[in-house]
Design a protein around this ligand. Structure first.
Ligand code: FES
Length: 168
């Protein structure tokens, strides 16, 4: 190893390079991916094997009206990849409307691929051009996105563990 590069710097560089590759593979603008406050890296079993279902959280991990990012090992078109996604625990009035507390969607905006996130007390928001999506259905509410966010089928077991089973 180059003497001018410490082991720690080398490892850090590898992590950044891995994020860059994952972001590039998913078509995510790298700066947006790295600067997102809600990025969760790793800790999703099976993500590199391209297999589903994968455990994405436990019910107790999320408060109502919050989200968790995770990586789907398969893209919505069925190809293998590392696709950013969000698990949402709906606020009570939306959960009642939806008939479920949890929903999961692609986190890639259908306009130009920026990372979307849940705005607490509001809808799913894309910061690039102010696109809004319905957190219950993924439908476009306003802004330039041309299509809804692809939805992910989830399953919750008796322990409250939440699994992503595939794209709807
Ligand atoms: S990339 Fe999301 S609104 Fe343009």
């Amino acid at each position: 190893m180059n003497e001018g590069i410490s082991r720690r710097e080398f490892i850090k560089g590898g992590i950044v390079a891995s994020i860059a590759l994952a972001a590039a593979a998913a078509g995510v603008p790298l700066v947006e991916y790295i600067t997102s406050e809600r990025v969760v890296i790793g800790k999703v079993s099976g993500e590199r094997k391209g297999k589903l279902p994968i455990k994405i959280a436990n019910k107790n991990d999320l408060q109502p009206d919050s989200q968790k990012q995770f990586i789907m090992p398969i893209n919505p078109d069925g190809s293998r990849g590392q696709h950013p996604a969000i698990l949402i625990r709906l606020r009570p009035e939306l959960a009642q409307k939806a008939g479920t507390e949890f929903k999961a969607f692609s986190a890639l905006c259908t306009h130009l691929g920026c990372i979307v996130h849940l705005e607490p007390g509001n809808d799913i928001y894309c910061p690039c051009h102010a696109g809004y999506f319905d957190p219950v259905t993924g439908e476009v509410i306003s802004g330039p996105p041309p299509r809804p966010l692809p939805e992910i089928e989830i399953e919750i077991d008796e322990n409250g563990d939440i699994y992503a089973k595939g794209w709807k």
